[in-house]
Design a binder for this molecule. Structure first.
Ligand code: CTP
Length: 401
């Protein structure tokens, strides 16, 4: 069977780790599956493997120089443009740190900054370095920016010790690259709507009722969907986040505005991922001016219920795919099942907001996925981008053939 790597251009980054010698095998495996390989080395990498080795195996000159002109352009721009995938194996703690913080001081890191294609990192380092809090924070940052990490694994390290830090083996890395490229086309030709963020329900000219929702989960879903080939309509309540430029973006404020937009777009889409934290209630009356404290010693708010947008979609969905979310403080599974049925969903993503590292505002989430057949997947704490990845995997499984 032909590999998805066939005729693809892979930019293979090699950095200064003892595992750099394994890059030679990665080149061979990628070439065997039909890919063109463009090796890009850091200076430090040249201490561990000679550029000529990679040049010979790849049949492409290994590049190191940021200021060289090739293919009529600065090298980093032409490499960033021709690649279908960037794979850095091995990647050191140092280079991960640079990428995580936007430092681009050589050809490899500059190319990474200039590219829009998926990036895979295969870290290799000593266990002590791997466990360092800064390295771990950088790894989380890279993951939340949508980069794919494979390894490191437990095993024999260059120091002679056994521990975590060993780069994954080349065949595993190449299989992983194949999987990432495959998933790029998962949703080609499909149009999905994602809702995100809170809604705001005005009380008067200065105050509103809202929730702690930041929009992070919904925006991660939009970004991941785009990366996998879907066209995305993103409808968001107030959020400080920047919407992905490829999304058709609508900013809304209230639940009623969100409902209007959702309904307007619903007939065109293949599915909806309703990650917004829609306010269940709104003030019955919005004061035209500011409510003054001297006018009353206590204040009773008269609230009316907002329409349940997702429940309405559940009634008219036909074969469109509906994904709902539920934020709970107890009996997660039971409530998820209840909402899945009540709102006629294909999938519900439930989280217990009392857990540390889950819920509103934070970069990570701990969720339970329950599908329409009652199949449950529990995901431990991971970045919202990784949770998004799992949700889209599940959506793919549930899509009509
Ligand atoms: N939702 C919606 N419209 C609303 C309220 C919620 O579309 N007015 C959607 C949310 O976007 C989410 C799902 O319904 O995908 C579940 O929201 P949640 O607030 O957990 O549940 P509710 O149905 O509002 O029930 P409750 O507040 O009683 O837990």
């Amino acid at each position: 069977m032909s590999s998805v790597l066939k005729d693809k251009s892979i930019l293979l980054g090699i950095t200064g780790s003892i595992a750099a010698y394994k890059a030679a095998e990665i080149v061979r495996l990628l070439k065997r599956r039909g890919a063109s390989v463009y090796p890009v080395m850091t200076q430090a990498a040249t201490h561990f493997i000679h550029p000529l080795t990679l040049t010979s195996l790849a049949a492409q000159e290994a590049s190191l120089d940021l200021f060289e002109m090739k293919r009529g352009r600065m090298e980093h721009l032409s490499l960033a443009q021709l690649a279908d995938l960037v794979l850095i194996a091995p990647v050191t703690a140092n280079v991960m740190g640079k990428i995580a913080h936007g430092i681009a001081d050589d050809l490899l890191t500059t190319t990474v900054m200039a590219t829009k294609v998926p990036i895979i990192l295969a870290p290799a380092m000593d266990e002590g370095m791997y466990e360092n809090a800064v390295v771990q924070a950088n790894i989380r940052e890279l993951k939340s920016r949508g980069m794919h990490l494979i390894g490191p694994e437990e095993g024999e390290l260059a120091s002679g010790e056994v521990g975590k830090g060993r780069m994954s083996e080349p065949p595993k890395i190449v299989d992983y690259a194949e999987r990432i490229l495959q998933s790029r086309g998962d949703f080609a030709g499909k149009l999905f709507m994602v809702t995100a963020g809170p809604t705001r329900e005005a009380l008067d000219k200065v105050r509103f009722i809202s929730s702690y929702s930041s929009g992070k989960m919904g925006y991660a879903l939009a970004e991941e969907g785009i990366d996998r080939g879907a066209r995305i309509i993103l409808i968001s309540g107030p959020s400080p986040l920047i919407p992905p430029p490829q999304a058709e973006f609508y900013s809304v404020e209230t639940a009623l505005e969100m409902r209007k937009r959702v309904m307007e777009k619903f007939s065109a889409v293949d599915g909806v991922l309703m990650a917004a934290a829609v306010s269940d209630f709104r003030p019955k009356l919005v004061h035209k001016s500011k409510i003054k404290k001297n006018a009353c010693t206590s204040l009773k708010l008269d609230l009316v219920q907002n329409p349940d947008i997702l429940k309405e979609l559940g009634r008219i969905k036909k074969d469109k795919l509906l994904v709902g979310f539920c934020a709970e403080t107890s009996s997660l599974k039971e409530k998820a099942e209840e909402k899945l049925k009540e709102k006629n969903l294909d999938l519900i993503v439930a989280n217990d907001i009392t857990l540390e590292g889950a819920g509103f505002g934070v970069d990570t989430n701990i969720v339970l996925l329950m599908d329409r057949d009652g199949e449950v997947t529990s995901l431990d704490r991971r970045s919202k981008r990784e949770v998004a990845r799992k949700i889209w995997d599940k959506v793919k499984e549930l899509m009509p053939a």
